[in-house]
Design a protein around this ligand. Sequence first.
Ligand code: SF4
Length: 535
Amino acid sequence: MEKLMLLGDEALAQGALDAGISGFYAYPGTPSTEIVEYVQHSKQAEAGGVHRQWSSNEKTAMESAIGMSYSGKRTMACMKHVGLNVAADPFMNSAFTGANGGLIITVADDPSMHSSQNEQDSRYYGKFAMIPVLEPSNQQECYDMAFHGFELSERFHIPVMIRLTTRLSHSRSGVMRREPLRQNPLKKPDDLFQFMLLPAIARRKYKHLIELQNSFVHASLESPFNSFHLEAPDLTIGIIATGLAYNYLREVFQDREIPYPVLKICQYPLPMKAIHALYDLCDSILVLEEGMPIVEESIKGASFNGTKPIKGRLDGTLSRDGELNPNKVAVALGLPDTFGSIIPAVICPRPPALCVGCPHCDSYIALNEAVAEYGRGHVFSDIGCYTLGFLPPYNAINSCVDMGASITMAKGASDAGLFPAVAVIGDSTFAHSGMTGLMDCIYENSNVVVVILDNATTGMTGGQDYTAVGRLEDICAGIGVSRDHIRVFVPFKKNYEDMVRIYKEEIAYNGVSVIIPRRECVQTLKKKNKLETPA
Ligand code: SF4
């Protein structure tokens, strides 16, 4: 079969296509965005009529995927780790409804917070929901796990989580394809009550989920992605390496055999029988896992006699936070830290910045002037490119908590008596989770100014479409904002005086105002111009 050079995200997407998926559902979020972007450019997906449009947010994506699974087809909801918080309600309930057609939830975690506001580990969600979790250690496994995930999902009628991390999502390797499978036919669940979580049914389903746990553990023991090498010359350390951490371990010993017994764990729940065998064999255990110490905690909390050291992130052998890498793994094994090269000072980390010509720059400069008389601390921001307005020279915003939080934070601050209370949110983020916050403001006629920075795209993740494009004024008016207080301007220097005047007028208005500075992201504009310029 054909061999392709793919990012981890792309390998998973191609694997899902070859495994006969019928629909992807997602909201863009680094490092998961490339999964759906890949499928949007795929001729195979187009020919197969595979659904691959963006959803409004992760919750709507998850619910749509559940609906496609109900209909018997294979489907995947994709998101980044914090997106799973948004989708947590349907995600947790999906463990109770189970799956009909294969249902995979792919979550890409971002250890070291390269592009995220926190460092949570989605494996906890998988454990919380009591469903199988797959964690590839390389790009080939990303591809193969799509097949395996759908098979597992359909065998047990259960959703399956695939957990990626940034470094795997965004690095490239050769991937061998398999013979593509056909899509499932449309087929409703045999039990039409399967997706009906009324308490009496949900109680029955919960018992069933508990009963399935032993089968899931057995599936982990049998998994082609878990391997247990107990025969080794040096029994002073037994290593448990999960997901990408196994790859780092292999890199440390790239030119020789690993001298210690190793459990490679890429499918959960944990195969405890194998872990017990390792514990009995070795003088100590070292747990290498990317993210939080979920395996280490599980082992420490399990029924071991406690006489042998279990090392990892909890005892400081590895740092408690941040990404792993081969250097850190080597040091944890007592080997010299000789990997990598010294980074020259000239490429030391530099903070990100708004692009030259970004429409948000002028919007912020004018807003700063409009609120100057009230002092600093009045502008609640959201998550997107415009969050960079926090940095000099703008110093324009005071918060960044979660998607959609700016409007509700401004409302809460206004409820507390803060004046003015200004929320800044992007157009895509407004569609994701800002609208409901605006409804809260309307319901109580809160004294807030909501600035929707409209650049006609989801800018921060590279310029994807979003569901409310071209309809912002109508949506705001439909929610209940007075048309007189929906103000639109083009953020250019030549309009500067008008911009400041509009900001000031709406701050002076006692009620809900929406201001929409509208100018296209210069990056998406550049891409379009490139596409439109004849070669
Ligand atoms: S990508 Fe677009 S929206 Fe983001 S900073 Fe650059 S120009 Fe501004």
